[in-house]
Design a protein around this ligand. Structure first.
Ligand SMILES: Cc1ncc(COP(=O)(O)O)c(C=O)c1O
Length: 498
């Protein structure tokens, strides 16, 4: 079935019954999207039971942690999603740049586990996916496939990660400890932007009906999961800030695009608050900005194509950030000398210095893009830009060593730290910032034709109907449909367990 054949009812009754029995026997219940959007609505006994569960194990209860409200200990919940308000001393702009943290998500320490759940749950509760017979195939550049493998482990099915061989060692180390079988890690040629090679591998795997490809780049569940859960979570962060400063204004939502799932939160925020949406990509692979292509190291984003689930016609800004900057700041933020420079020479508060570890490469990229946007719009202190830190610096420890090696440095001394700060943070300018016109939006939208219609066989009429905002608004009804299906599924599987 294609991405436009939305699961809305039970497709295969016998698979459905088997799934009910399987999850019932395993004691797995599935959270609804509304519970993940508002985890305080999760029934109290279930919430209480979480306190004794390790967030980094394949325990079914961890499905109830697939949301933004995990406390810093990753065990309890917090009223407001974990976030960091970056001080002007670090950003150089008076606007409030607010970063929501993906690091507290369970199992993978990144919010991509939400995308994986959002794509698989609707298939499971409609009998479209058979976890006993089928392997779930998770094409990705590293975090989504980790999320998929984690969800697969909980369901007791085989999850297969398909990712470029050049991704960070930390991703592969994690995968190795989570997959049952080494052959469930498939390495495709290239690095971050080689997504075509991933698609080719998936096309090959798809020939076997026992493989179910769960393609985040074309699966609207990914978009909707973020629309329904990430959007309201970020709105909650903004509301919390406004409790102290009621005259704040949410000016922008900034997110780099890999699959464009996270950008779904932008559609929510724009509708609710009028915030404008900025999509970010590496200047070394400027597909949206210049129809460009190339290699880069901002892992997780910039995949040389326009995802099918990217609502390109709703994009207000495109911002390019160089991987030289994200690599350089990864070193500055995560070395003692770098942190000392920021604290002692630049005056960055100790609390912020301690928080820098939450920022992986694409998180730094989002921060830099937010600074660019703030400078481009000349925003004042009442403006808020909200963005996300998808994963943390711990995913890029070895990349840091690689960067130092490329510089020919044994380590960082104070001159090196000053150089990194001056070049990559203080000097952030408004280059590669595009405020989109209707012509730009159409150009970006049209570029997707070559991937989706010519290469991946999507019907032209389906491709085209995404141009109109009514298509995206119509999708939202699926969330309620899926929640109802999840509720009935849980009722039946609980009856099996009883
Ligand atoms: C580290 C990292 N940052 C950013 C992204 C982009 O998020 P999205 O796929 O929702 O656009 C990803 C996606 O895999 C990622 O792994």
């Amino acid at each position: 079935m294609g991405p436009f054949d939305f699961p809305t009812e039970i497709d295969d009754k016998s698979v459905y019954r088997r799934n009910v029995a399987l999850l019932g026997e395993k004691g797995v219940t599935l959270p609804t999207f509304s519970e993940l959007a508002n985890p305080f609505s999760i029934p109290e006994p279930l919430r209480a039971s979480l306190s004794s569960i390790d967030p980094d194990t394949a325990d079914p209860a961890n499905l109830y942690r697939v949301h933004w409200y995990n406390a810093p200990d990753r065990k309890g919940f917090c009223e407001t999603p974990a976030h960091i308000v970056l001080p002007e001393s670090l950003t150089g702009v008076p606007a409030k740049i607010v970063v929501a943290l993906g690091a507290h998500f369970p199992m993978i320490g990144a919010h991509k586990v939400l995308a994986a759940y959002s794509c698989l749950a609707p298939r499971l509760v409609t009998g479209r996916f058979d976890p006993v017979r089928q392997r779930a195939i998770w094409p990705s550049t590293g975090n989504y496939c980790r999320g998929g493998v984690a969800i697969s482990r909980i369901l007791g099915c085989r999850g297969v990660a398909v990712l470029p061989e050049g991704m960070s060692k930390e991703r592969f180390d994690w995968l190795q400890s989570w997959v049952g079988d080494e052959s469930d890690i498939i390495r495709t040629p290239g690095t971050e932007s080689n997504v075509k090679e991933i698609y080719d591998k998936c096309a090959e795997l798809e020939q076997d009906p026992d493989n179910e490809i769960v393609n985040q780049f074309s699966e609207f569940g990914n978009y909707l999961g973020h629309f329904a859960c990430t959007g309201p979570a970020l709105e909650r962060v903004y509301d919390a800030l406004r409790e102290d400063e009621p005259d704040l204004e949410l000016t922008g939502f900034v997110a780099a695009s890999g699959s464009a799932g996270t950008l779904g939160a932008g559609d929510y925020l724009k509708d609710k608050t009028g915030a404008r949406i900025a999509v970010v990509e590496p200047t070394e692979c400027p597909t949206l900005l210049y129809n460009g292509y190339g290699e880069h190291n901002i892992q997780g984003i910039g995949d040389k194509h326009i995802p099918l689930i990217h609502n390109a016609m709703n994009t207000d800004f495109v911002i390019g950030v160089s991987d030289a900057a994200t690599d350089g700041l990864n070193v500055l933020f995560n070395t003692d000398v770098g942190q000392r420079h920021l604290a002692q020479r630049i005056g960055v508060p100790a609390g912020t210095i301690a928080d820098l570890r939450y920022f992986g490469l694409s998180s730094i990229c989002n921060i830099l893009a937010s600074i660019k946007l703030a400078k481009h719009l000349d925003l004042g202190e009442k403006s808020v830009i909200v963005t996300v830190a998808t994963d943390a610096a711990s995913m890029y420890e070895t990349e840091k060593h690689g960067t130092l090696k490329a510089y020919g440095w044994d380590g960082v001394d104070s001159d090196g730290a000053a150089q990194l700060y001056g070049t990559y943070l203080k000097a952030v300018a408004t280059d590669h910032v595009l405020e989109t016109t209707q012509v730009d939006r159409n150009r970006m939208f049209n570029l997707g034709y070559y991937t989706w219609v010519e290469q991946q066989g999507i019907a032209l009429a389906d491709f085209d109907r995404r141009r109109d905002q009514s298509f995206w608004r119509g999708l939202r009804d699926l969330i309620e449909t899926w929640d109802q299906l999840i509720i009935s599924f849980n009722e039946e599987s609980r009856a099996v367990a009883a």
